[in-house]
Design a protein around this ligand. Sequence first.
Ligand code: SF4
Length: 243
Amino acid sequence: MTAALAPEKIAAALATLREAAALSPAVFSTSFGAEDMVVLDLVVKHKLPIGIFTLDTGRLPEETYALMEQVEERYGNVVTTYFPDARAVQDLVAKNGVNGFYASVDNRKACCAVRKLEPLSRALAGKRAWVTGLRAQQSVTRVALAFRETDSERGLEKFNPLADWTEADVWAYVRGNDVPYNALHDKFYPSIGCAPCTRAITPGEDLRAGRWWWENPESKECGLHVQDGMVSRLKTIAVKEIA
Ligand code: SF4
């Protein structure tokens, strides 16, 4: 049985989304994880003027593409897809190999830069507000997450409407509203990214333990959510435990 989600949490998330929408143009980036599906459902259901986009790295799992199709069927063509620059991918693979990201953190970051960061920069160009589905409890790199923060590197305001949601809150919303979700979540993948860089976790592991599992936890961000040249959530790792 799924625990009930407090209506106040939905109201607070909607208030954050409306705050973001007021800073037009506002966009929401989705990677189609369960949290992102909650935000997508809220944005579409409440007809909020927030554009929705995703980054197709070219290495996503089949289950994610299947969910993208389900989203089209359920909500219509509401998501804009950004792809990496073909020449940049070609050069990267020529230099590091098709799976070169396993060889070093630098190689992995180079791959994320080409397949995620550059397309993200295009998607965020000219925008004033950026909405994410991040939650504070997701990993040691996100414990200090706020509902609203300034992304000084990109010169915009960032909004995290689910910052204080628990994993149970997310699933209560998904189940309670019949929101489609990635089939990998039912196979012990709480956090889903590119296929070669994501694996299932075992009970008790950190929720993002399946992402870049061969690296140290502190390096496990792709650079999408970086502030002032650092992964900002690292600031409070020493003083705050993840529930
Ligand atoms: S998650 Fe892996 S495959 Fe995807 S862009 Fe980053 S290094 Fe490349």
